[in-house]
Design a protein around this ligand. Sequence first.
Ligand SMILES: *[C@@H]1O[C@H](CO)[C@@H](O)[C@H](O)[C@H]1NC(C)=O
Ligand SMILES: *[C@@H]1O[C@H](CO)[C@@H](O)[C@H](O)[C@H]1NC(C)=O
Ligand SMILES: *[C@@H]1O[C@H](CO)[C@@H](O)[C@H](O)[C@H]1NC(C)=O
Ligand SMILES: *[C@@H]1O[C@H](CO)[C@@H](O)[C@H](O)[C@H]1NC(C)=O
Ligand SMILES: *[C@@H]1O[C@H](CO)[C@@H](O)[C@H](O)[C@H]1NC(C)=O
Ligand SMILES: *[C@@H]1O[C@H](CO)[C@@H](O)[C@H](O)[C@H]1NC(C)=O
Length: 655
Amino acid sequence: MSTLELAAAALLGTQLLDAKYSIKHDVLLVQKVVRSAIPYLINCARGRASFWYYFEKSAQRNGSNRAISFPRPLKNPPPIETDSNGVKNYDNQFEVENYTYKELYDIVLRLSYILKNEYGVTPDQTIALDCMNKPIFIFLWLALWNIGALPAFLNFNTKDKPLIHCLKISNVTQVFIDPDCSGPIRDTEPEIRTELPNVKLHYMNEVELLRVIQDRATPKYRAPDHTRRPEDTDSSCCALIYTSGTTGLPKAGIMSWRKAFMAANFFGYIMKIENKSNVLTAMPLYHSTAAMLGVCPSLLTGACISISQKFSATSFWTQAKLCGSTHIQYVGEVCRYLLHAKPHPDQQAHNVRIAYGNGLRKDIWLDFKKRFHIEAIGEFYASTESPIATTSLQYGDYGVGACRKYGGFINFILSFSQVLVKMDPEDENEIWRDPATGYAIRAKNNQPGELLMKILNTKNIEGTFQGYYGNKKATSSKVVRDVFRKGDAWFRTGDLLKEDGDGLLYFVDRLGDTFRWKSENVSASEVENELMGSQAIKGSVVVGVRVPNHEGRAGFAVIEPKDEYLNGTRTDELLGKVYQHAQKSLPKYAVPQFIKIIEQIESSHNHKVPKNQYKNQKLPRGDNGKDVIYWLNRDRYEELTEDSWDSIIKGASKL
Ligand SMILES: *[C@@H]1O[C@H](CO)[C@@H](O)[C@H](O)[C@H]1NC(C)=O
Ligand SMILES: *[C@@H]1O[C@H](CO)[C@@H](O)[C@H](O)[C@H]1NC(C)=O
Ligand SMILES: *[C@@H]1O[C@H](CO)[C@@H](O)[C@H](O)[C@H]1NC(C)=O
Ligand SMILES: *[C@@H]1O[C@H](CO)[C@@H](O)[C@H](O)[C@H]1NC(C)=O
Ligand SMILES: *[C@@H]1O[C@H](CO)[C@@H](O)[C@H](O)[C@H]1NC(C)=O
Ligand SMILES: *[C@@H]1O[C@H](CO)[C@@H](O)[C@H](O)[C@H]1NC(C)=O
């Protein structure tokens, strides 16, 4: 890949503007791109594509800067103090652990020694991490980069078939497990032992391990450069991050060194992450948002990454205060939870200036900024596997809700590389093609269309889009050719967006078979497959439905029971069976929130037809106002009454 291409790709991917047609910022960004991309490409040519060298540089440049801050929730916390106004003080629920760059570097070298000598980790292995958000996650990750091994970040909620699948497709040889989140993997252990007998599972003793890697007596190992994958190029894989996709089981998304580099350099620059910044993330580190856009920019610039073990709406701002955070990462749900939480003095006692993430909706954007005293919102659009991202950093009122905002110059360049295409009105998953020419056309202003990103070098698609590990088919299904011209190639984001007259982009919805719930992708077909295992149904159609005051879409399963459950007396048993099986075999967020029982699901030759037909479910009682719909109240499906629906909408009953 040429410098020019890298620069162009970076440019296309990341833009910032405060005002409508600000050329000044465009120019600064172009300069930044050129200045850092050229040295990086030279390094790649010298066999130093690894991000390890950037981390090492930060550690050596200023070892006394804080690198990691972790408000560790106390195992046996003292009682929460409440003042005379009934305001709770969460300060004493955490103990803030800090690690400077020097300390972090030494810890990583000691851990590398242990991994290499006690666990036999070598550069050709893929090692899975199954950890909550804790410093140990980052220690292991960096130690693997030091050794040259490939880290794979498991979602610790994954279990059963999907978990085995994750380990299998990425050729994982060892798994390091945090006992605090080991339930799902423990439950699956018997199957792992039979299906993947060579995979070693290590349940870590966190306290003991932390002691050993901070003990000066433990030897250090800094791997020689020639063992750290010197053959890697900028498009080689640096980490595997699993995404749940449209075709059922999770896919391993390839993070490339280039992506880490670009995220760290340009994204960090746009979000104003500097050596005195402190970025708090409560997003899971096993997702690319936290890992690539939170951790990497911090490590590159010498900033501090603060990690919250688990998102908590009540103590979030307390944690931001305790860590001294200047930046926070969000997803839309988080913003809503925070806005729903009772006011707390810490919501303004913090130092946070910039919040960045995706999915902050227009309707709460300004409230969020105002209530929590946030100066700027950095809303972006990106997907784990897409080659590039779009960004806007927004201080004022212009561009509220947009995920892309840019100036005239970049605007012009971008119009060739990111487009919204018109969708087929008959089947919204398909790109519409003009019958006369066979080519697609652009969506009109304010008309939702799928966002496509141009693949610059059509002969070497992997150079731009690394795709999924060991899954050529899934990779190529993300690429569409001959869109506007013979031979062109575009990356399909799978998301519907719309563009207004000013060139601002807004997220509309996800396409196809997946929907988002609790910040996770739910694959409808995966849920449908799993529900069959309950042995009580003939079939089902799963769709996502909107619920007022909730982000994303909740799972809604239309089920066709086996005949013996149809006569009405055995409904409880039926629902019980479905629930028991679903909670055992699906991650929590994928268990359907709503169920409707029907006698027969209509089918046709085209499998998409039933979906469309069942897609627009009306809550709480269907179109005719008479349907009986069940909702999942904790661990039981119950009939959805007007009252329970009310209480769900108000947030009193939790989905
Ligand atoms: C290194 O960091 C310390 C503490 O943050 C700071 O006081 C010092 O000025 C820094 N030194 C350099 C060379 O940046
Ligand atoms: C870690 O850093 C924070 C912020 O500077 C500070 O408040 C806290 O006391 C430190 N923790 C420890 C154990 O030193
Ligand atoms: C899987 O890993 C083993 C050892 O780590 C290696 O020998 C093997 O070739 C790998 N297989 C694939 C398909 O990468
Ligand atoms: C931060 O970086 C600036 C230059 O970019 C440098 O002058 C300063 O010393 C650094 N501060 C710390 C704490 O590292
Ligand atoms: C959801 O799917 C998108 C598109 O495939 C992907 O980029 C994203 O990382 C996925 N999110 C999760 C939480 O897996
Ligand atoms: C329903 O099925 C049960 C058991 O299969 C049977 O005992 C019962 O009589 C049936 N009721 C009706 C109304 O058909």
